[in-house]
Design a protein around this ligand. Sequence first.
Ligand code: SR1
Ligand code: MG
Length: 420
Amino acid sequence: MANEQTYQALAVDTLGQRLGGVEAVARRVGGDPAQWQIREVGDGNLNLVFIVTGSTGSVVVKQALPYVRMVGESWPLPLYRAHFEYYALVRQAKRAPGVAPEVYHFDKPQALIVMEYLHPHVILRRKLISGERVARLGEAIGEFCARTAFRGSELSMASPDKKADVGLFSGNVAIPAITESLVFTDPYYGAEMNRHTPELSPVVDELRRNARLKAKVQRLLMKFTANTETMLHGDLHSGSIMATDTSVRVIDPEFSQYGPMAFDLGMAVANFFMAYFSQPAHRKEGDLEEYQAWILSVITDCFTRFDEEFRHLWQTERTGILFPRALFEEQGNSADDACDALLDEIREDALAYCGIEMHRRVLSLAHNADFEEIEDTALRAKLEARNVLMGQALIMEPEAYCDLNALAELAKTFNQKAVM
Ligand code: SR1
Ligand code: MG
């Protein structure tokens, strides 16, 4: 077995020889490893990703690099993040069956995970840029967020198990540190790695002068760092979702950590809003309105399904120390109001986290293709400005948009705004 010192990054020409002897891999891929077709397809910010195909089938091999791929060796990043991704995949498979890719093999010292090849799924962001619809997209993501949020919390888990898991995940310090700075802090000052579309500068400057906004974001960061309600995916953007026209899967939980229940929901919805605001650059007039309306319906479905599923689990799986039946049902009291109040709080926080994600993807280091692929920078800045200003409204006054019609109206208003 390899040890830390023998870690070696995989390459197309070494992978067959290195993994050919691993039974779980060889059996699924099939044939002579020397004949395997191997492609490196990683287009994310951090890792190597290979698709390996043989006579029987295909698998995905994901390996952490000891540095941030998008920046280079000047930004080292611990290999241990692969353990946490593995732990998260295993937990998600139990909490939201059939959504995360199945894990076939994990090699801790080599920081690599061999998993299910999702086919013919493609990255959701590509589908949204191309104007394709995915059936039940909002429902699938709302349901995933509700199941993982509820079943990873002490509403459901036994307290000692949950505490032990929080302890385990607390070993992952490097990854949360990235989110803490890139998501919550860097967008709001001239941090070194930031960049934004030049024409957007007047909007950015004003945003960064808004002390009340920055204080609100820091309060949300406090919740994010201090609150271990549940195990999060931690990076649920549309590049972490793969889809066909009828199937939705969630990949890439390497930013998993314990945190607030609202976080994943907010991140996912933010990415739907960014798809929405960028559409005028990707669609022709005739298709634009209908497609944007569809994206808004995905957002509504996502929140609605989250609440429905969470309420269902509240009724049927509330076995943890929180809101015990002994205090409610067994005393002849309904716990429904308590559930509704919790869901209101989650919705409000999700909207605020949503606003922050809408900011960081155009102001900080890691941008979204939805806007980045708009070559005309004047147009890009105009669309990004709508997104940034709506994000600000959500952070400042999330309670005003908890009503889903009000939320959709807000998006439509900003979508018409001639900000610049
Ligand atoms: C340095 S990592 C930048 C971003 O990529 C990941 O996908 C996360 O979103 C992270 O914030
Ligand atoms: Mg990722």
